[in-house]
Design a protein around this ligand. Structure first.
Ligand SMILES: *Cc1c(COP(=O)(O)O)cnc(C)c1O
Length: 423
């Protein structure tokens, strides 16, 4: 199936008499006839459902759709994008380990890696993707376990050179993890460029209606853990909490995803409710249509902003002349996403007056939604950071993040124009 068909029909193929729509298995548990049968499930000798924290048929059907959309071998859904990023890294890193990340990443991920995981004994080095290969490669250590970046960064809207960083990570025997939330699998397939693991906040375009918070981790199945067995004992050495089972030996290409479910989900429990997963799936059914309209609208608004004298700068990689246009044409030839970053001339107060004057476009702590919205990271999501820290996180203090929805483009343009006229 092509990706448009996967959006609509992937993951759930009912047979005779089964519901056409993915059913919501709103049940914590599943019944078996003998204790022996249950025991085989607990020992991972047989696959089947027994408790929703580990696996649930609704979650599995939608995970299979997302795996197919990304071209991966397996997917696990989580209760948020934050949980997905945490699990994706924690599945291969433990106390005493180290990871490297692009500094152009979402603020929540910046805190997760830089503050919270540090408290767990996992160190993180933030690098500027603009640095030379030599300078970035100098940051790899013997205990480095992965490299992380966002295809299109939130909120900076920079484009990550996936192929370059995949090659670099592989030279050092570690996988590349890519957060593909903004691009979605409609516009970019990171696995085709060498990424090994893809993560998503499904809260954004995949849902698209601001109706549920969720996340997903997809494995390409391509990284050869056994070739670097000393680096990844969690996958390549016996797991004492599963009677000495070794994930790579027992599950091959499914080792990473199986460990993520069987160990991390079992012990940490950030599982989405089947009800939310059902809502996510409704969003996925129209993802291909919405993403195209988001991109059309965003390009028109970005072009308008670029030509307005009150606007200091615009970052939208689909604009000719944008610093990231060449990378966008390589990785996202059909369009980037609906998010435009720009700055106004004038003060922070002017930016605030502009946003407060918008009518159709609302101020919300959200992004990648059918409804257009706007946010000023320096006064909202990143308030706790100084201007200097903002810049270190790849966020210009003047940056306004405009998330362009799927409304009529002329209505959106009219709203921008009337608000600009007031500053
Ligand atoms: C929103 C977002 C996250 C976090 O996802 P939640 O679902 O809000 O927990 C992670 N990465 C990116 C790129 C995001 O936009």
């Amino acid at each position: 199936m092509k990706k448009e068909s996967i959006c609509v029909q992937g993951g759930w193929q009912p047979t005779k008499g089964e519901p056409r729509q993915v059913p919501i298995y709103q049940s914590t548990t599943f019944k078996y006839d003998s204790s022996e049968q249950m025991a085989r499930l607990f020992d991972l000798e047989e696959s089947g459902y027994f408790y929703t924290r580990l696996q649930n048929p609704t979650n599995d059907a939608v995970a299979a759709k997302i795996a197919a959309l990304e071209g991966g071998v397996g997917c696990v859904l989580t209760s948020s994008g934050q949980a997905a990023n945490f699990f994706a890294v924690f599945n291969i890193c433990e106390a005493g380990d180290h990871l490297i990340t692009s500094n152009n990443i979402y603020g929540g991920t910046f805190n997760l890696f830089g503050v919270t995981m540090r408290k767990m004994g996992i160190e993180c080095t933030f690098v500027d993707p603009e640095w030379s290969d030599e300078r970035i490669e100098a940051e790899f250590r013997p205990n480095t376990k992965c490299f992380f970046g966002e295809t299109i960064s939130n909120p900076g809207c920079t484009v990550f050179d996936i192929e370059r960083f995949a090659k670099m990570a592989h030279r050092h025997g570690v996988p590349l993890l890519v957060d593909n939330t903004f691009a979605t699998p409609i516009n970019c397939h990171p696995f085709e460029w060498g990424a090994d693991i893809v993560v998503h906040s499904t809260t954004k375009y995949m849902d698209g209606h601001a109706a549920q918070v969720g996340g997903a981790i997809v494995d390409s199945g391509n990284f050869d853990w056994e070739a670097h067995a000393d680096k990844f004992p969690g996958l390549c050495a016996p797991d004492e909490s599963y009677h000495g089972l070794t994930y790579t030996k027992a599950f091959g290409k499914m080792a990473y995803i199986t460990k993520c479910t069987a160990q991390l989900m079992r012990d940490l429990g950030a599982v989405p409710s089947p009800q939310n997963t059902f809502i996510l799936n409704l969003g996925l059914e129209s993802l291909h249509l919405r993403v195209a309209q988001h991109c059309r609208n965003a390009k028109a608004l970005a072009e308008f902003l670029k030509g307005d004298e009150r606007v200091a700068w615009v970052r939208y990689s689909d604009l000719e002349g944008d610093k990231y246009h060449a990378l966008q044409q390589k990785y996202l030839p059909n369009g980037s996403c609906g998010v435009v970053a720009f700055g106004l001339k004038g003060s922070r107060e002017d930016a605030i007056r502009f946003m407060d004057s918008l009518k159709l476009i609302s101020i919300v702590t959200h992004v990648a939604d059918a409804r257009s919205c706007v946010l000023h990271p320096a006064s909202h999501t990143h308030r706790q950071l100084s201007d200097e820290q903002l810049r270190a996180a790849g966020v210009d203090p003047s940056l306004i993040r405009l998330s362009v929805g799927i409304e009529d483009v002329d209505d959106l343009l009219a709203d921008l124009k009337q608000a600009l006229a007031l500053i």
